[in-house]
Design a protein around this ligand. Structure first.
Ligand SMILES: [Zn+2]
Ligand SMILES: [Zn+2]
Length: 124
């Protein structure tokens, strides 16, 4: 691809804002991206800010999943504990449903952790 402005020069970058191919002379570095020098620089700056914001929002979602997972895990283990003790001590099976609920909580927490991990992976 040749530069949009200089057909004789090879393109070295693509503007993050308008998508035009730029040569070394036309390209301006803005954060992690390239922009048309003197034309799209401020647009790409704005874009970078938006991307940064959405990334941190994503990170927060990952953290929320993780917290959710921890709460579910603790609740689940507590329910299993409360539900299983009478069974072990021979007081009957009336509380077994608590243990099953606890197991569901543990599974739920597992999926929360997996989601949190996936989000963190995208981040990295
Ligand atoms: Zn541009
Ligand atoms: Zn050029």
């Amino acid at each position: 691809m040749k530069c949009f402005n200089h057909p004789q020069s090879d393109g070295v970058a693509v503007c993050k804002s308008c998508g035009r191919v730029l040569c070394h002379d036309c390209c301006a570095e803005v954060g992690t991206g390239s922009a048309c020098k003197g034309r799209c620089e401020s647009d790409v700056e704005d874009l970078n800010i938006i991307i940064k914001r959405s990334k941190s929002a994503y990170q927060k979602t990952g953290g929320a999943y993780k917290r959710n997972g921890i709460v579910m895990l603790i609740l689940g283990l507590a329910f299993i504990f409360i539900g299983i003790i009478p069974v072990i001590t021979g007081q009957g099976y009336a509380t077994v449903f608590l243990a099953i609920m606890g197991l569901l909580f543990v599974i739920w927490s597992y999926f929360s952790f997996v989601s949190a991990k996936q989000i963190t992976n995208i981040e990295e």
